[in-house]
Design a protein around this ligand. Structure first.
Ligand code: ZN
Length: 173
């Protein structure tokens, strides 16, 4: 069954035919992070897709994955192209290297999961929190509930992790 909802005034939809994303977001709605594990080579993949990017096998199983990692890269948005985000600038779009499967199948690979920086309860992070995050910050996944049956995976500070002494950020004004 397709999913339709509104997030910050914007329509979000997952089509009936998009079975991989319907399955992925069904787990997210229950605040669980699951990824597809290839039935042939055993590697996890992200984003959800129809075949393994490493061995092309179409068979996979959804398995629970620990959603913790470190910021690989980020974009700090000051001028919202999408008007719905205007009230929330500056906000961060994070690309996070999961600890799970980092360095496989080659040393430069990782499962890199995109999401916004949020507070622990899944609200877009305030400016003072945005300023503290850079490349290397340890984060954990949280979920922003959008509607019944839809929650967005997001990232917040991992309070239990040892944070690096310094993180890389673009030069600040
Ligand atoms: Zn495979």
């Amino acid at each position: 069954m397709s999913v339709q909802a509104t997030y910050l005034g914007m329509p979000l939809a997952i089509d009936d035919l998009d079975v991989e994303n319907l399955a992925y977001f069904k787990h997210c709605a229950a605040h669980n992070f699951h990824l597809q594990k290839c039935a042939k080579c055993g590697l996890l993949r992200y984003p959800p897709t129809t075949a393994c990017p490493w061995c092309m096998n179409p068979k996979s199983d959804w398995v629970p994955v620990e959603a913790k990692g470190a910021v690989h890269s980020y974009t700090e948005v000051h001028h919202a192209i999408q008007p719905a985000f205007k009230a929330h600038t500056p906000y961060l779009v994070l690309l996070v290297d999961l600890d799970t499967q980092k360095g496989k199948p080659t040393k430069d690979e990782a499962l890199r999961v995109v999401g916004n920086l949020t507070t622990p309860d899944g609200k877009l992070a305030p400016a003072e929190m945005v300023k503290k995050v850079g490349i290397g910050t340890r984060v954990r996944m949280v979920f922003s509930d959008v509607a019944p049956g839809l929650a967005l995976p997001q990232w917040t500070f991992d309070e239990t992790a040892r944070q690096p002494a310094t993180v890389w950020r673009y030069p600040q004004e």
